[in-house]
Design a protein around this ligand. Sequence first.
Ligand code: UN1
Length: 487
Amino acid sequence: MSPADEAASILKHFGVQSGGDLASFSPIDGNEIGRVRIGDPARAAEEAAQAFLQWRSVPAPRLGELVRLLGEELRAAKEPLARLVTLESGKIVQEGLGEVQEMIDICDFAVGLSRQLYGLTIASERPNHRMMEQWHPLGPVLVISAFNFPVAVWAWNAALALVCGNPVVWKPSEKTPLTAEAVMALVRRALSKYGGAPDGLLQLVQGGRDVGEALVDDARIALVSGTGSTAMGRAVGPRVAQRFGRVLLELGGNNAMIVCPSADLTLAERAILFSAAGTAGQRCTTLRRLIVHESIADQLVPRLKQLFANVKVGDPREPDTLVGPLIDEGACDAMGRVVGDLIERVDAVPGGFYVRPAIVEAKAQEGTVLKETFAPILYVLRYRTLDEAIALQNEVPQGLSSSIFTTDLREAEQFLSAAGSDCGIANVNIGPSGAEIGGAFGGEKETGGGRESGSDAWRAYMRRQTNTINFGTDLPLAQGIRFDVAP
Ligand code: UN1
């Protein structure tokens, strides 16, 4: 079936009507697969602000119930939603299913979290005083998501934002508007089962950059959670700071793997293939730099070249395909600009944007090696000492994810130490991509510093209030200050 026909039948299944000014194209064959209507950012912000006035006072475990219902809808719709992700983003079916599973996982996490939004009690220096911290809802949250994880990134943010008492406005990538519409159909089902949630609690605003900018500048939006390129973050960050809003940025990565002499190379090869070529190199966590010890490089690199030459690039709907298309022609051009003649277009489906993953042996870490090109390009660098390898790993502007393959405990621990990897994520004997939702997700430096998903990332979606309560009959001042009224 053509992507257009398949998308039409899936959209029908979700009860989504296609139509409007924004067209969606499948990277599988380059053809249009549906249309959506451009949204009204000012109206969305106003409705979200109104919804907040109600939602902030609902007990958190009750907020969690809505997220539980959403998780059930996602479970029931996992296959068709994953299929639509494949049609619109081009990722293989297995990865589409994984993406929806990530949504389900974060819903489960957030339901539990709705009973665990803990604050501290603090020892007061004054007699008969008690201090504590409360976490209160923050306000409307804007989620800006990218084409490569068209639904999961919204879910990470929305599930947490909701249980933290906040409405959510979603501005998805204009390259993947249909999957967002399908998710909203599930949201509406969950909302109707829940009953009584305020209008405007969960909104979708489709459109291009102008729509995103209007929302970013809107003072009614308390938190802008942006996932995308460093360029996007550089534009969004100062605009939000200008109005003293909050940002949570998850931007570009330039993720490395260090392969040590003691590494289990069979494991390393599999991890390299998945993290460098998976999702056609279009994850923010994609492996982009392989830093190999000089004693094993001549063994590992030819083997990788062989794996890259043989990996099946093709229609992401076929079960044996491991590398689907890039998102569009622009992405192929960007890859071509970086690798030149090394680019190998694959004629898998006419009109689609298929390329073979490329390995580039870099003499030095400079030029394009320092940049994130959203394509399957793996640079190989060689090292002599682990200190040198760690320095190479850290000497890029980005700081998202990193990994080491070693069976030497000292090397692994050095890599994880304060003087080791400078990234938000550092792994041992697994690749840099494919994180679980239970950990905090995000990175340092030009990756933006934000943390989404698990651990205590929920705090970004709340405001902290420090309370001091005097239950005595005196008024002692802090720091022992005397400020007595003369008798
Ligand atoms: C992204 O590419 O923006 O860790 C997110 C991973 C996925 C998320 C990637 N769980 O690769």
